[in-house]
Ligand binder design. Structure first.
Ligand SMILES: [Ca+2]
Ligand SMILES: [Ca+2]
Length: 238
């Protein structure tokens, strides 16, 4: 093939790759709805203001201790006030005896907040149980049950019991990553990680990522979890 033709082929391939990317970006039609919403911001160390239900008004998400277990949501109103505090575990429909964990960030960086949820009934023996619900839920989320039209199964609940979820900034891009405090059974307690994909969203388990950013620990000495995830991605509201 003549050199010029090869170069042209490459250019066309490059153009097609770009076209695919931009049509993907166009596919995030929800960003249109979020254009009126301002970027999420921090109203305190454990309080994030951002639009979670897609009505363009910022909602208040409080995450005590950054553990994902005691998270609450208050829906924002047109006047800028917030409704009553709702426990995320109740909205998710966690049953008695189950542990519900959630992590909130704009994983796609499109202006609307997204959520990762995990619901599991802890095992009473050495073997961990698997999650009843483990999903990545791109916003906007339904006010009544935090459901998403684009929910996807997440593998965070497949290989152990998620005790805590936390936003992290591991690989060096604009998209949030996830840390999972995971009971792997037989006394093992690990910090697992799910790294962002190029363009946003989360990858599945990856051993290389675990080796680089994760940590093995025990029930007696669990690994530390990140507490600065929100701070790494969002500025103070004031
Ligand atoms: Ca809202
Ligand atoms: Ca988003």
């Amino acid at each position: 093939m003549p050199l010029a033709a090869a170069a042209l082929t490459l250019t066309v391939a490059g153009y097609q790759a770009m076209a695919t990317e931009s049509s993907d970006a166009g596919g995030t039609h929800r960003s249109d709805r979020a254009t009126g919403a301002s970027a999420p911001c921090l109203a305190g160390a454990t309080t994030l203001l951002g639009d979670l239900d897609g009505d363009s008004y910022p909602d208040k998400i409080i995450n005590p201790g950054h553990t994902g277990t005691g998270m609450t949501v208050q829906w924002g109103t047109e006047s800028g006030s917030f409704g009553r505090k709702m426990a995320v575990k109740d909205l998710l429909g966690a049953r008695s005896g189950e542990i519900a964990t959630a992590a909130v960030a704009d994983f796609q960086n499109d202006g609307t907040l997204d959520m990762v949820v995990n619901i599991v009934e802890p095992a009473d023996g050495d073997d961990p149980s698997t999650a009843r619900v483990a999903e990545y839920r791109p916003g906007p989320l339904n006010r009544t049950d935090l459901g998403s039209a684009d929910s996807r199964h997440s593998d965070i609940g497949d290989h152990g019991e998620a005790k805590q979820l936390a936003i992290a900034h591991y690989n060096d891009d604009a998209y949030p990553d996830l840390a999972i405090l995971n009971n792997g059974g037989d006394g093992q307690m690990d910090r697992d990680v799910r790294l962002s994909k190029p363009g946003g969203g989360l990858n599945d388990f990856d051993y290389e990522a675990f080796e680089k950013y994760g940590e093995a620990g025990s029930w007696a000495e669990p690994p530390a979890m990140p507490g600065d995830g929100w701070k790494r991605f969002y500025k103070s509201c004031s």
